[in-house]
Design a protein around this ligand. Structure first.
Ligand SMILES: Cc1cc2nc3c(=O)[nH]c(=O)nc-3n(C[C@H](O)[C@H](O)[C@H](O)COP(=O)(O)O)c2cc1C
Length: 433
């Protein structure tokens, strides 16, 4: 990889060298702990956590969860304050979760901020547990830019530089971890160049450039025309430069890094769908998604259960990883708890996963519920011989099967909603006549 240069900012003792790395991008929702662990398992060199706003992490309580061996930063949800009887370990209150063993030296915390003091306060909360702090200066969403955060910082370079300088002085140097920034390109290359020069002079050790301008939609092709220039400026300043935008695999990343003279690459959307994109070619490269998604999903489920991931997040990620055309996509979508989804994915016979799912449901306080798909299948089964006859042809067919005098008993008012939850084995008997 192109990592030689006239100058190199020294690598902090507890921090990371961003050079020669293919990394998982920061992704709200899609960058929670199980997703990061899976990316690492498949070979990601570093993982970014989802952007977490400074005020969200400030004031949280750090504790080790003995059930999962993870460090959790949590706060009391408002509902819990109103109702003190709620389970004190309610997962919904966890703002950020880290696996101190698996992520050691490889996790970058991304902060959303528009205020140097709050940025430092937030960074102090997690600094002993992470290898670097990254500032989000690229998010175009109104919830970020409205507060002057994310891509809005590209228009206030003085503020962005003061945030980075303060983080370098009060966090980077004190905790000896890396400080970096993630930006987007600006319309004019000369404006991007001027900005990157200023940022690189703040003492940061890494800079990621997302090769899209702020108004560009994710589906628009990344523009790589300014990339070499950004890489050159960073190298001149001794700052590692990661490229981002439309990188789909480790192999492609390595080739692009060479082509554009940057130090590494960051993958987002492809990793969300198929984290095996980080697999080295020597290990077979990425799985072919449409045919082998299940291999990846099984590994994901192992991590989700192991760290007792929030159910809603697990379901969301499964929605990204399972091709929409698969039959089990709909079943997964109607799942209401871990036990449901394990059955929907037909993983009940895999390594005690169903048992584990039961424990996790209990720990997360998710009441056992039957999915719509399973309920529908059960009702269909129970009503099979009693379904109303639609037309003459159907009646003839049925009479041929059962004889004209076959006893036909309709179940009164049995609808999908009126069938109570009951063990599947008990259902047909309860409905038989
Ligand atoms: C679901 C999702 C969430 C994202 N959240 C963040 C975020 O928290 N912080 C950030 O800097 N960028 C975020 N991004 C942008 C990505 O990090 C990345 O810059 C962008 O998707 C381009 O990379 P790609 O072409 O590989 O998808 C997010 C993207 C996606 C798809």
């Amino acid at each position: 990889m192109a990592s030689s240069g006239p100058k190199r900012v020294p690598i902090p003792k507890n921090g990371v060298d961003y050079r020669d790395k293919v990394v998982l991008a920061p992704m709200v929702r899609s960058g929670e702990l199980p997703s990061r662990l899976l990316a690492l398992k498949y070979g990601a060199d570093l993982v970014w956590g989802p952007e977490t706003i400074d005020r969200a992490i400030i004031g949280t309580t750090r504790r080790l969860n003995p059930h999962t061996s993870t460090i959790e930063f949590s706060r009391l949800p408002t509902s819990k304050i109103k109702n003190p009887t709620l389970d004190p370990e309610n997962r919904e209150s966890v703002i950020y979760r880290i696996h101190p063993d698996f992520e050691k030296g490889r996790l970058i915390y991304q902060v959303g901020t528009a205020n140097p003091d709050l940025a430092v306060q937030a960074a102090k909360m997690v600094a002993p547990d992470v290898a670097g702090i990254d500032v989000n200066a690229g998010c175009p969403k109104p919830f970020s830019t409205a507060g002057g955060m994310g891509a809005a910082l590209l228009k206030t370079p003085d503020l962005l530089c003061s945030i980075l300088t303060k983080l370098v002085e009060e966090i980077g140097k004190v905790y000896e971890i890396g400080i970096s920034v993630k930006i987007r390109i600006l319309d004019k290359p000369e404006d991007t160049a001027a900005l990157v020069k200023r940022l690189a002079a703040t003492g940061i050790t890494g800079l990621t450039v997302h090769c899209r301008t702020t108004p560009m939609r994710p589906r628009e092709r990344a523009i790589r025309g300014q990339l070499k220039m950004v890489g050159d400026i960073c190298r001149e300043a001794g700052v590692a430069c990661l490229m981002n935008g439309d990188v789909r695999s480790r192999a492609e990343a390595l080739q692009l890094v060479k082509e554009y003279g940057v130090d590494g690459a960051m993958i987002a959307t492809e990793a969300e769908k198929n984290p095996s994109c980080f697999r080295p070619e020597a290990e077979g490269g990425p799985h072919e998604w449409r045919s082998q998604w299940k291999t990846v999903v099984i590994e994901y489920m192992r991590f989700a259960l192991q760290v007792q991931n929030r159910w809603g997040n697990t379901k969301y990620l499964l929605g990204q990883m399972i091709p929409g055309k698969e039959k089990c996509y709909a079943d997964m979508n109607s799942s209401k708890c871990y036990q449901d989804v394990i059955k929907a994915l037909k993983l009940d016979s895999v390594d005690g996963m169903l048992e584990q799912a039961k424990t996790v449901d209990e720990r997360l306080g998710i009441p056992p519920r039957e999915s719509r798909a399973s309920k529908r299948a059960r009702i269909k089964e129970a009503l099979k011989s009693d379904a109303p006859v639609k037309n003459k042809k159907e009646r003839h067919e049925r009479e041929a099967d059962e004889g004209p005098n076959a006893k036909r008993v309709r179940l009164p008012n049995v609808t999908e909603d009126s069938v109570p939850n009951m063990p599947e084995a008990a259902a047909p008997a309860a409905l038989s006549v």
